[in-house]
Design a protein around this ligand. Structure first.
Ligand code: KIV
Length: 291
């Protein structure tokens, strides 16, 4: 049997009851659970989610942390980057994900333009995500440059996941989505960024598109967990964008994506079968009709 087809109940018999993934916890994951998982050396999965229905599926599957990523821009809202995503959109999507779940910690992205002005702006918008959407934590992009904002949020009681390496909100400045941290100076900067967000109080840090060896070094140097995406196997946790992981994305996906299903073809087949039956007159049948 493929491990990815196991249900959480089957997984739990093989893992300690307090495991983040496959454990028997029947309340929401907290940032304390995440800290103790790092101490135990436990690896855990995170997925993005943008709506109540899909988030509910991942919650039932036992994914302990769901990210309402601003990747909603590309993957859910039809934009070609994360840049246009607004606070109002993030609040609406995050509230739906919270409503659709019972156990996962819900982390919501602060979108581009919602925290770069000042730490006070970051606190104002993070507060909206906690109060209006009900999320348990926020994520923002940047290392040393966002440390002051992280510090203020954490002091105010907002758990923060940091995000360094490739920061997609800077797509225009970066000229695309290149791998980060290559070369000595870039590697040192990544390490400084990781240490800065940890010192500012972040409870975890996403490492996106960085060489696996460097990500492993960063992971070993931090007391907080690293969440890798395109950062190799040495991170404490791994995140994928759900539409990539489940084969919903049209066209090419980044090299670091593994597709665990081909939902785009499953849904397309279902829609075509429905279309054929309606056009051919075989749907609805007697069993679908009232008299
Ligand atoms: O927005 C997002 O989905 C993300 C992940 C790629 C980590 O930030």
């Amino acid at each position: 049997m493929n491990a990815s087809s196991l249900q959480p109940a089957q997984q739990s018999s093989e893992r300690p009851a307090n495991s983040l993934y496959g454990g028997t916890r029947n309340r929401r994951t907290t940032v304390r659970d995440i800290a103790t998982a790092k101490q135990r050396g436990e690896r855990w999965p995170m997925l993005t989610a943008y709506d109540a229905l899909t988030a509910g599926v991942f919650d039932e599957a036992g994914i302990p942390v769901l990210l309402v990523g601003d990747s909603a821009g590309n993957c859910h809202l039809g934009y070609d980057s994360t840049v246009p995503v607004t606070m109002d959109q993030m609040v609406m999507l995050s509230a739906a994900v919270v409503r659709g779940t019972e156990r996962a910690l819900i982390v919501a992205d602060l979108p581009f333009g919602s925290y770069q002005e000042s730490p006070a702006q970051a606190l104002h918008n993070a507060t909206r995500l906690l109060k209006e959407a009900g999320v348990g934590a926020v994520k923002l992009e940047g290392g040393e440059r966002t440390a002051a904002a992280i510090e203020l949020l954490v002091q105010a009681g907002v758990p923060v996941m940091a995000h360094i390496g490739l920061t997609p909100q800077s797509v225009h400045a970066l000229g695309g989505y290149p791998v980060q941290g290559r070369g000595d100076e870039a590697a040192h900067q990544l390490m400084r960024d990781a240490k800065a967000v940890q010192a500012a109080g972040a409870f975890a840090v996403v490492l996106e598109a960085v060489p696996a060896e460097l990500a492993a070094q960063v992971t070993a140097s931090l007391a907080i967990p690293t969440v890798g995406i395109g950062a190799g196997a040495g991170c404490d946790a791994q995140v994928l964008v759900w539409t990539d992981m489940a084969g919903m994305t049209a066209g090419r996906v980044p090299r670091f994506v593994k597709q665990y299903a081909n939902l785009r073809s499953v849904l397309g087949d279902a829609a075509r079968a429905f279309g054929e039956e309606v056009a051919g007159g075989s749907f609805p049948g007697e069993e679908h009709s009232f008299h």
